[in-house]
Ligand binder design. Structure first.
Ligand SMILES: [Fe+2]
Length: 217
């Protein structure tokens, strides 16, 4: 049997291993029919590990757009029980106030983000606690149970920020809402994705060849 490679060599020849490990861990939760609370609790640990190092995220999924934040699909579960995205924020870019309708986890991979939650009251949508800074390595959670309406902005006016998001659905194709907090107007919203291609987490050729070469040496 081929020997495992040392950590540095593994990183080089199997760059997407951290993403594949996260996919496998979220799949195990889905197979165990985890409820929202378990996805949020255990998923926070899984996502925390994924964002501990940013070298696995390829350049195609880090690209900014001059006007709009980008939402790249990295993986979607075959049964659409969860999906993983990279969100890339150019300087000063922000989302509208929006909801998700499913559980979600947001982990900052690079830079920092400002998150502001909102709640619906008889007087309209009001800020729920003010903006919170989410820094590199930190994870936030959203859901209809723990609070689902928020606005997210790049905390920086002069640099890119990137976060990795995991949601309990194929979020780009999920009907959601955006809110105009000044008028109380609610609009239907389907975010879509910024790219038609995904990282190939299943190509482990270089690692297997390196293992075979090591075993033969
Ligand atoms: Fe969001």
């Amino acid at each position: 049997m081929a020997q495992s490679l040392n950590t540095e060599m593994s990183k080089e020849v199997d760059r997407l291993a951290p993403l594949r490990a996260a996919v496998q861990a979220f799949t195990a939760l889905a197979e165990a029919k985890a409820d929202e609370a378990r996805f949020l609790a255990e998923g926070r640990e899984i996502l925390g590990e994924l964002i501990a190092d940013d070298s696995w995220l390829e350049d195609d999924f880090r690209k900014t757009h001059p006007q709009f934040y980008q939402q790249y699909l990295l993986y979607c579960d075959p049964h659409q029980r969860f999906s993983i995205q990279s969100f890339v924020w150019g300087p000063g870019q922000a989302t509208p106030v929006h909801d998700h309708t499913v559980w979600g986890l947001v982990g900052v991979l690079q830079g920092a983000e400002r998150c502001e939650r909102f709640k619906q009251t008889p007087q309209g949508f009001v800020s729920d606690g003010g903006p919170v800074l989410l820094e590199r390595g930190q994870v936030d959670a959203v859901s209809p149970t723990v609070g689902d309406i928020h606005k997210v902005s790049n905390a920086f006016q002069d640099q890119t920020s990137i976060s990795i998001h995991v949601y309990g659905a194929n979020i780009g194709s999920t009907p959601r809402h955006v809110f105009d907090v000044s008028t109380g107007q609610v609009k239907d919203f389907v975010s879509g994705y910024s790219s038609h291609r995904l990282p190939n987490i299943w190509d482990q050729t270089a690692m297997v060849r390196a293992q075979l070469a090591q075993a033969a040496s």
